[in-house]
Design a protein around this ligand. Structure first.
Ligand code: NAD
Length: 503
């Protein structure tokens, strides 16, 4: 592992396009226009690669939220979006995807300096992923349909019965800071395809790409009020969105604690809710694997995006017969993941998003050590500037330790041994979460046995963190309610109306 003194932690200069965006007046995008906040409060924007303040955004007031909800309500109720031909809605969404692609380089750089992820990763994963979310869902706009079931208890031919699918209404959409643009587009895409209007709030730590998205929304030609994008704190602006009586649906991605709170608050007015929450995903490695491949897979399962991934493979279970060799392989795979500034072209992993997140992750590592875990790799920070944490592997852990039970959301994996399938399936399921799981084996029978035993929304075989807009994503247990993406992803944005007509 390179030592701190050998690495340069200098963030390369920002591009002119990004400097221009950073210098803009902090405003909110409401009813198709950039508007000032009612109270002028601002939040600092930090570059996590340096810890320096680089811009400011609006901290929206309750009045600002009310204004955005009113715009979305009017735009929904007068049908300016939902009553358009589906073809036109689809075309407008596709235009937005094209504009994202046309501005990909700037968006990737903005994401990198706001979140800390390497620009190369944002350019390869986040930005194309965001455009694809919109492209995929745009296709559903023209393919939604009700049914004509034959009534069961009524005389044939006496009644004509059918169902209609209608947009659910005004949606409040709240996203976290780990994949800001991608999550924003994952949220807005099904709402738009269904004919809903929306208010989107990015996380206060990472709002830059959502604000830039608002420019592209205006350029794409969405009617005013269909997409409103506001920035601000979760406890104030986010809370107001969740409780607002004119909001019909809340879609939230974030921590399980906040998700529970939002679920309770939204239920007061019976809003529809979908929640995509935390995880503590197991990675199970059987003895028949190619050790080099499995070690590299286990490393990227936890170190990708600095471990700030809801499905990060943060609990590694290796069969006793290969445990030592797998840990050696992990050590060999780790130098690739040494953190670097987000604009460094060599970076595979950047800093954590904020000083709070840095303290949280280092706090967990210290707690693990106090509880008796041993640090096999990393466990420290390579620089005093920015929020860098070295890739970390902890061993000699037990299931009661906080590092094993709780979501750390950093580049920290706990390694454990197992002897047989039932034992490892039980251990993998010994968590309140159920978001993702990885299984590494060449034995197809073992693979299927584990797939059926593991309680989780996604199981990966010989890979990890693969997602696709056509495949549903979501959690079992306390990892959430509902699914995003795929056919299932549009369902929460639709109501079903049953019609009986006496003939
Ligand atoms: P967080 O819950 O702190 O914040 C997420 C969002 O909720 C932010 O926009 C925040 O402003 C807002 N918020 C906070 N308090 C609120 C309140 N009382 N009312 C309304 N809104 C409020 O989460 P985070 O730290 O930004 O993100 C990390 C978490 O997100 C992790 O737990 C991770 O597992 C989870 N996550 C889950 C998925 C998934 O698809 N399941 C994806 C990414 C992240």
């Amino acid at each position: 592992m390179p030592q701190a003194a050998t690495l340069a932690y200098t963030q390369p200069a920002y591009s002119a396009a990004v400097e221009k965006t950073l210098g803009r007046k902090p405003q909110l995008f409401i009813n198709g226009e950039w508007v000032d906040s009612s109270h002028g409060a601002l939040l600092d924007v930090e570059d996590p690669s340096t810890g320096k303040v680089i811009s400011q955004i609006v901290d929206a007031s309750e009045k600002d939220v009310d204004r955005a909800v009113a715009a979305a309500r009017i735009a929904f109720d007068d049908g300016r979006w939902s009553s358009l031909p589906a073809l036109q809605r689809e075309k407008t969404m596709i235009r937005l995807a094209e504009l994202i692609e046309a501005n990909a380089d700037e968006l990737a750089e903005l994401e990198a300096i706001d979140n800390g992820k390497p620009k190369s990763i944002a350019g390869a994963v986040d930005v194309p992923g965001a455009a694809n979310q919109i492209r995929f869902m745009a296709g559903w706009a023209g393919k939604l349909a009700g049914e004509t079931p034959t009534p069961y208890g009524l005389p044939q031919g006496a009644t004509f019965a059918y169902t209609l699918r209608e947009p659910v209404g005004v949606c409040a959409q709240i996203v976290p800071w780990n994949f800001p643009l991608l999550m924003a587009c994952q949220k807005i895409a099904p709402a738009l395809a269904a004919g809903c209007t929306l208010i989107l709030k990015p996380a206060e730590q990472t709002s830059l790409t959502a604000l830039r998205l608002a420019d592209l929304v205006a350029e794409a030609g969405f009617p005013a009020g269909v997409i409103n994008i506001i920035t601000g704190l979760g406890e104030t602006a986010g809370d107001r969105m969740v409780r607002h009586p004119d909001v019909d649906k809340v879609a939230f991605t974030g921590s399980t604690d906040v998700g529970k709170l939002i679920g309770r608050n939204a239920t007061d007015t019976m809003k529809r809710i979908t929640l995509e929450l935390g995880g503590k995903s197991p990675v199970i490695v059987m003895p028949d694997v190619d050790i080099t491949q499995a070690s590299q897979g286990a490393a990227s399962a936890i170190f990708f995006n600095s471990g700030q991934v809801c499905v990060a493979g943060s609990r590694l279970y290796a069969h006793r017969s290969i445990y030592d060799r797998l840990l050696e392989g992990l050590a060999e795979a780790t130098p690739r993941w040494v953190p670097r500034p987000a604009l460094d072209p060599a970076a595979q992993m950047g800093p954590l998003v904020s000083s709070e997140q840095y303290d949280r992750v280092m706090g967990y590592i210290e707690a693990g050590k106090r509880d008796g875990a041993s640090v096999v790799i990393g466990g420290d920070s390579p620089s005093n500037d920015g929020y860098y944490v070295n890739p970390t592997v902890l061993a000699d852990v037990n299931p009661q330790m906080s590092v094993v039970r709780e979501e750390i959301f950093g580049p920290v994996v706990v390694a454990q041994r197992f002897d047989d399938l039932d034992e490892v399936a039980k251990a993998a399921n010994d968590t309140c979460y159920g978001l993702g799981a990885g299984v590494w084996t060449r034995d197809i029978s073992v693979m299927h046995k584990l797939v059926s035993k593991i309680k989780s929304g996604t199981v990966w075989g010989n890979c990890h963190t693969v997602v696709d807009p056509a495949l549903p994503f979501g959690g079992y247990k306390q990892s959430g309610i509902g699914r995003e993406q795929g056919r299932q992803g549009i369902e929460p944005y639709l109501e079903t109306k049953t019609v009986f007509i006496q003939l």
